[in-house]
Design a protein around this ligand. Sequence first.
Ligand code: XUL
Ligand code: CO
Length: 439
Amino acid sequence: MGDLFPDIKKIQYEGPLSKNPLAFREYDADEIVAGKPMKEHFRFAMSWWHTICASGSDMFGSGTAIRPWDREPHPVKRAKLAADGAFEFMQKLGIEYFCFHDRDIAPEAPTLAETNERLDEVCGYVGDLMKKTGIKLLWGTANLFSHPRYMHGAATSCNADVFAYAAAQVKKAMTLTRDMGGVNYVFWGGREGYETLLNTNMSLELDNLARFLKMATEYAKEIGFTGQLLIEPKPKEPTKHQYDYDVPAVLAFLRKYGLENDFKINLEANHATLAGHTFHHELHIARINGVLGSIDANQGDLFLGWDTDNFPTDVNAATLAMLEVLKNGGIAPGGFNFDAHVRRPSFQDDDLFIAYIVGMDTFAKGLKVAAKLLEEGEIEEFVSKRYASYSAGIGKKIVDGQVGFSDLEAYALRNDQPRNVSGRQEMLEAIVNRYMLNP
Ligand code: XUL
Ligand code: CO
């Protein structure tokens, strides 16, 4: 283990009563919950961009954090030192995966060819660290949004040269992801959306996005990349309207263009809430459609209207999320990537560790509560009774496709005073609280 964070020791599980901010209270990696070790449920990952690159800068001011590698002036040497820091950080937290954008791991050079050379050099270095530590790549992706060339989008740019550049970038990022043993590849549509329809040919832009993704699936096959391809929905920001708005929008797009067997979905909590949904809602839709691929774990701020990417601390939301993950039969080959950053005033290195610890503890607690809820089955039983009318009589005939409107009219004429029973929402919320508060 390196010594870029000399004051931080390996983070240990100390149990729920510990007051040590640099210890786990809920996350005990090898503890068996619902039949497997906690670490296998989560496959926690470090986001390279928010953890290693982010400095705390925002629209109103520059960065506040100076990481140990930031003092190195040479870009490639700095990238390698940052990689040392990343692996030390993950080892100290017991995190076994990471995720990266091409431009996080090695900064752009003046030409595409030189940029690719830099990437090869730094990814080679990262590959050696992976071998030494056993840490793996959950997913790679290409940053198709930061550089000014992407002002109009990438695959949906009005400029075909930019489409071509973006394709070259994904080709390289996917090849590197394969070479580094990555088990997924993510497409988040950075600037794939629009600001005003007055200058936008939406129909062509969507067709082009589909063409781009189709080429990506073909290239994956060509190079033998067998990882899962994932699309990450987000409704807005940076553009006013992002095309991959939410799970239903992505599903409709994939089905329209015949891409539904090639992609699953990477769901981010703060993107769900930006779309006006709970994370639970988006996870549920993804699960029942068989496309829940991976998770970007974070949470938004109710009082700010943007993607604040806070570390998750809401145990109730984590419990509901874990219910979906357990019902999905797990998340692998996906995982839980902390697409979250510390607040700008939390500029010290130990704040980064504390933030990951609270995020991991929050999901660990959510997992334990969700596992217990499923084991005891109170909620499942309630829901199954709620729909019992479809298991017999007229309901069964509806489900089996044995009746039409005329049969139903005849039935309704004979039974024109339907009797309902309570939905008992408050009782169900109290049950969740009971398991959360009295384990
Ligand atoms: C942006 C976002 C991205 C993707 C990867 O809101 O979530 O970091 O996860 O490009
Ligand atoms: Co994300």
